[in-house]
Each structure stands twice: as C-alpha cells, then as structure tokens.
Design a protein around this ligand. Structure first.
Ligand code: NAD
Length: 244
C-alpha cells in the first residue's frame, strides 16, 4: 500500500495503535499529521519532512476546527482517540458518561465535521474510526460506559458512510480485541495485581494472548488506502477470535 501524495491525520498518535499507524503511514510515503492531547510524547517522533505534529484535544471543538479546518488537503482521517472507563452501570456517574461520550464519540464526530470539506474535495477519501469489539459486538465485564460509547462509534460510522457513499468518501470502523498498549498497562497496574489482571485479560482472548499494536496497523492502512475502495460502513473485528 502506498500513500504517496496523500495526507492523513491521526488522532491519539502519541502512543499505542495511533502511534504505530502514524509511523507505518510515514513508512508508506504519506504526509502524516500526528496529533494528540499529550504533546510531550509526540515530540519523540523523528524529524521528517512528511511528518507534522500538533497538540490536539478532540474534546476542544475550536481547536479541532482551527487545526483541521486550516489544512490545505486531507485524504484520510484515523480517529483513534479514546478513553476507557472501568465499571458497571451501578458505578457509572453522570460525569463518567459525559467525559466518555465527549472523547470517544463526539471527538471523532468533531474531527469528521471539521475534515469534511477537505475530504469531499479530495478525489477519494477514507475515514477510519476506532471502535472496539467491546461495543455492539460483545459486552465485557466492567466496561458499561466504554462499550456503550464504542457502539455509538459504529453508529456514527454507518451514518457517515451512508450520507457520503456517492461522494467519494468512505467511512469504516475497526473493532480490536485487547491490545497491549501503554494505557492497557496502566489499567493492569491500577488493578492492584498486574499479573492476575493480565491473566484475566489474556484468558478472554481465545488465542491465549493479547495483540500487539503492529497487528492492528495493517487493517488501518488497508481501510485508509484505495485497496479497500469497495468497503464502506463496516465495523471490522480484529480480535483474535473473541467474537467468533
Ligand atoms: P492508549 O490508550 O495507550 O493511548 C491513547 C492516546 O489517546 C494517548 O496518547 C492519549 O494522550 C490520547 N488521548 C486521550 N484523550 C485524548 C483527547 N481528548 N484528545 C486527543 N488524544 C487523546 O492507546 P490504545 O490502547 O492504542 O488506544 C487507542 C484507541 O483504541 C482508543 O480509542 C481505545 O479505546 C481503542 N481500543 C483500545 C484497545 C486496547 O486493548 N488497547 C482495544 C480496542 C480499542
């Protein structure tokens, strides 16, 4: 897959799947705009003429509009930003729902709204939204708020896909299983017993292991690329057989 002359914006590019995808896109000759709310790790990207880094909080509508609306062109958008709320419906507070929807659902919606004029101006363009297998695909214990928001990401994806299907713009979602990323490590640490929590996460994966971000990146690049030009409105699970 080659992204020569294509410009792709990635949110949450500082670490985890966003970072891996941004690095792979650069390798594949794309112009990459790597954004994250956390500026410090973004600065560790190697200097490259095709890499632009920018601090961007997807909950800040004005900042999203300024940055994305101010670009010259955009051929692809990878909406990766998301946060995990742990708990059941009993423990979820009003503010937990608000924050999770603001980041996980309204965040990608804001980025799509800001990017839409540029994406429609491109001959063909593609949006990839980060959902999760924990969504409308499967439920997981203690992931009530999270799973609800990720199900909404699938709804957002299908809606955008339908509205722009005849205008050269595609929109798909990916639904990973558990991927070993920095925030997953934080959740394992926060459990109080890292090894036991890791064992529990691993046991729900039928392959008996977690994924590495590099195993998710090829699907992201495929969906962003012209190779997937007949695919839109899909939520594609990449979950090591969790939902099989
Ligand atoms: P991560 O959770 O380790 O890193 C997430 C990044 O998002 C961080 O760099 C953080 O600074 C950034 N971020 C958080 N809030 C933001 C905001 N408001 N605006 C912009 N950036 C923000 O990385 P990950 O685990 O690869 O997760 C990335 C995405 O993948 C998330 O949407 C997550 O829900 C989803 N996901 C993760 C897993 C998993 O097991 N790790 C599985 C399925 C889906």
């Amino acid at each position: 897959m080659n992204f020569e002359d294509k410009t792709i914006l990635v949110t949450a590019a500082a670490q985890g799947m966003g970072r891996d995808a941004a690095e792979a896109l650069l390798e594949a000759d794309a112009h990459v705009i790597a954004t994250d709310v956390n500026a410090e790790p973004l600065a560790t990207f190697a200097d490259h003429p095709r890499m632009q880094i920018a601090q961007l909080d997807v909950t800040d509508g004005a900042a999203v509009q300024d940055l994305i609306g101010g670009l010259d062109r955009l051929d692809g958008l990878f909406n990766c930003a998301g946060i995990v709320h742990s708990g059941t419906i009993e423990t979820a507070r009003e503010g937990d729902w608000g924050l999770a929807f603001d980041v996980n659902v309204r965040g990608p919606a804001r980025c799509i709204q800001a990017a839409l004029p540029l994406l429609l101006a491109a001959e063909t363009a593609s949006i990839v939204n980060m959902a999760s297998v924990v969504s409308s695909v499967v439920g997981a214990p203690e992931r009530c708020v999270y799973g609800t928001t990720k199900a909404a990401v699938i709804g957002l994806t299908k809606s955008v896909a339908k509205d722009y299907v005849a205008k050269g713009l595609r929109c798909n979602a990916i639904c990973p299983g558990t991927v070993h990323t920095p925030s997953l490590d934080e959740r394992l640490e926060a459990s109080g017993d890292y090894d036991a929590a890791l064992k529990a996460f691993t046991e729900r994966q039928p392959m008996g292991r977690l994924a590495d971000a590099s195993e998710i990146t090829p699907l992201i690049l495929y969906l962003l690329s012209e190779a997937s030009r007949f695919i839109t409105g899909q939520a594609i699970s990449i979950d090591g057989g969790w939902s099989a």
